[in-house]
Design a protein around this ligand. Structure first.
Ligand code: ATP
Length: 390
């Protein structure tokens, strides 16, 4: 749990917000984190993580509780003092152990939104958003324009005169967002900003956050342990585990091509099947994988085969059953052992020659328990995993 904290809508924001929402590749990095190490006494919370964020990108740090997401984010904000490494914003070091640089939070040009809305209940919505602007030497007219613009962006202008104590959770979080963007910061850091909202509102706010980030062309770093949220709003996701990066990539890339068993298991739902690589033509990404039970599967190796890989991952959602199982590279007979209705999907446990397979199908395709079915999946959806190094 995060402690309640004030929103650090920080001074020294540059006035010019980049308004470049086009998805051009190869943009120069806006934020660079290199070999960041964070220690608490003898305990190392973050073991040398590195990633870049191009201008206007929304990057999410995703991982289980305690994996080092928040401490990494807080280091970018300047709220945490790393042990070593380097953080650049706009090409300038804001932290560098080798150059002995540690720029104070308020001079980094970043704005932060926390899980706790941290708005002042005794002030009106307008005053909450204006607060950070008033401490600067900005004219009353300019403040009014900036506040109204921010409130418009989060659809809260009509509540401007309402005391913040009379707002719902979702409205309070919108005010916190308006306050964070009122300075037109180039970088916004989000620490689980939606986790106090109910599921429906969280879904709506995801869409709004994404739209806002695109409209303003802000570079943002977002922390969550909610995979669905990370995938829905991010351009790229960094999967962290025990202070290390397991994989960086676009949401679909990570889902379709998990690098190792941690990612395959943490993100989405997958069957992990043990065995060995039977045949790998040199340079080809398609291989034959022999399961421990002797079943031969056509599989994909996204990276050159090293020889010590011993697992494939098959996503439960990419497996066809019965009538839907037609022209796939892998077609095997199985039997429905269990059927569980989950609403949006039906989960089947299928007995097949390699043990038991979990399959998720749409509820419109009901198959009875005990039925013999054809299990089918493409080689592209049977992905060879890197051998675990831990
Ligand atoms: P969560 O999702 O639960 O917030 P997280 O991935 O954000 O988890 P961090 O808050 O970054 O995790 O913490 C990483 C590790 O560092 C954890 O083991 C945590 O207990 C430890 N840690 C964080 N802050 C401190 C601190 N001030 N003193 C000592 N240890 C800390």
């Amino acid at each position: 749990m995060k402690q309640a904290e004030r929103i650090e809508t920080v001074t020294e924001m540059t006035a010019a917000a980049p308004v470049d929402a086009s998805p051009e590749p190869a943009k120069p990095p806006h934020i660079v984190v290199s070999d960041l190490v964070i220690k608490y006494g003898a305990y190392t919370a973050v073991h040398g993580v590195s990633f870049d964020i191009p201008k206007g990108e929304h990057l999410t740090l995703l991982g289980p509780s305690g994996c080092g997401k928040t401490t990494t984010l807080r280091s970018i904000a300047g709220l945490e003092h790393p042990f070593s490494g380097e953080i650049l914003i706009d090409g300038h070091p804001v932290y560098s152990s080798s150059r002995r640089v540690n720029v104070p939070t308020e001079q980094r040009g970043v704005s932060m939104v926390f899980q706790s809305y941290a708005i002042w209940p005794h002030m009106t919505v307008f005053e909450n958003v204006a607060y950070g602007l008033r401490v600067r030497k900005i004219s009353a007219d300019a403040i009014r324009v900036a506040v109204e613009k921010s409130l418009d962006l989060v659809q809260m202008r009509r509540y401007a005169d309402r005391p913040a104590s009379q707002l719902s959770g979702g409205q309070q979080q919108r005010v916190a967002l308006a306050r964070a963007i009122a300075f037109e910061p180039a970088v916004v850091l989000f620490d689980e900003p939606l986790s106090n909202l109910d599921a429906k509102l969280r879904g709506e706010m995801r869409v709004e956050l994404k739209d806002l980030q695109r409209t303003l062309g802000i570079s943002s770093v977002y922390v969550t342990h909610d995979q669905e949220e990370a995938f829905a709003i991010s351009d790229r996701v960094v999967i962290m585990n025990e202070g290390r990066i397991e994989q960086i990539g676009g949401p679909q890339d990570i889902y379709d091509r998990p690098r190792n068993s941690f990612v395959a298991d943490f993100v989405g739902s997958a069957n992990l099947i043990n065995g060995r690589v039977d045949k790998a033509a040199s340079g080809a990404d398609h291989i034959t994988f022999r399961t421990e039970s002797g079943l031969s599967l056509k599989a994909l190796s996204p990276r050159p085969v090293k020889g010590d890989e011993a697992q494939v991952a098959i996503r439960t959602a990419y497996i066809g059953l019965g009538a839907t199982a037609t022209s796939h590279a892998n077609r095997i007979e199985g039997r429905v052992a269990r059927r569980m209705f989950h609403g949006d999907f039906v989960q089947y446990l299928i007995d097949w020659p390699a043990g038991q397979l979990v399959v998720r199908r749409p509820p419109a395709e009901l198959i009875e328990e005990g039925e013999t079915v054809t299990i089918a999946f493409d080689a592209e959806h049977c992905v060879l995993l890197e051998a675990s190094t831990s």
